[in-house]
Design a protein around this ligand. Structure first.
Ligand code: FES
Length: 170
C-alpha cells in the first residue's frame, strides 16, 4: 500500500499539525538521508526546526515514511534533550544549575520564575511566550548565577530582577 500521508497534511483529525509544504520539506530530508548513518536524528532535527517541536503524529508519520519502528524515533526524541514533543515558548529560559551557579543562588532564580510565571522546569507558559529549562554550566561561571534567554546571557542574575528582565521580552 502506498503511504497514507503522501502530500496530505499530517494531523490528528481535530486540526492539522503540519501543512503540506512543511510535510514535503520533511519528506525531502527523509529522501536525501535515506540509508545514511544518523539519518533519523537529522530528519528529526530538520522536522523540529520546521515545526518547533515534534508532535507524536509527525513522529508516527516520519517513522512510516522511513520504514522504521516509531519506537526508534521516540527513543531518540527522549534521549536527546534538544528534542521536544511538546510546543516550546517563543523564549527559552535556561537557568544554570551548575555548581558555581547553584552555590550562588540559581535555584532561587528558578523558584522566582516558578512563582512569577507558574513555570516548572520543562514547562511552557499557556501563552507560549516562555519555556523554562535547567542546564549544567553554560560556560560563564564568572557571572554566576547565570540564565540565558534564547541567545542572551544574563549574568549575576537576581530574583528581584526577574520581572524586569522578562518584561523586556514581551
Ligand atoms: S556553573 Fe553556571 S555558568 Fe558555569
Amino acid at each position: 500500500m502506498k503511504d497514507a500521508v503522501k502530500d496530505k497534511p499530517v494531523g490528528t483529525g481535530s486540526g492539522e499539525v503540519v501543512d503540506r509544504k512543511t510535510w514535503r520539506q520533511i519528506k525531502e530530508i527523509i529522501e536525501s538521508t535515506r540509508g545514511q548513518a544518523g539519518a533519523p536524528i537529522r530528519v528529526l532535527q530538520r522536522a523540529q526546526g520546521l515545526i518547533g517541536y515534534l508532535p507524536p503524529e509527525v513522529l508516527a508519520a516520519i517513522a512510516k515514511e522511513m520504514k522504521i519502528p516509531p519506537s526508534e524515533l521516540y527513543g531518540i526524541t527522549s534521549f536527546y534533550s534538544f528534542f521536544s514533543m511538546v510546543p516550546k515558548g517563543k523564549y527559552i529560559i535556561q537557568v544554570c544549575l551548575g555548581t558555581s551557579c547553584y552555590v550562588k543562588g540559581g535555584q532561587k532564580i528558578i523558584d522566582t520564575l516558578g512563582k512569577d510565571l507558574g513555570l516548572e522546569s520543562g514547562g511552557t507558559t499557556e501563552d507560549r511566550m516562555f519555556s523554562l529549562e535547567t542546564v549544567r554550566c553554560i560556560g560563564c561561571c564568572g557571572l554566576s548565577p547565570v540564565l540565558a534567554i534564547n541567545e542572551d546571557i544574563h549574568g549575576r542574575a537576581k530574583p528581584s530582577k526577574m520581572r524586569e528582565i522578562l518584561s523586556s521580552y514581551q
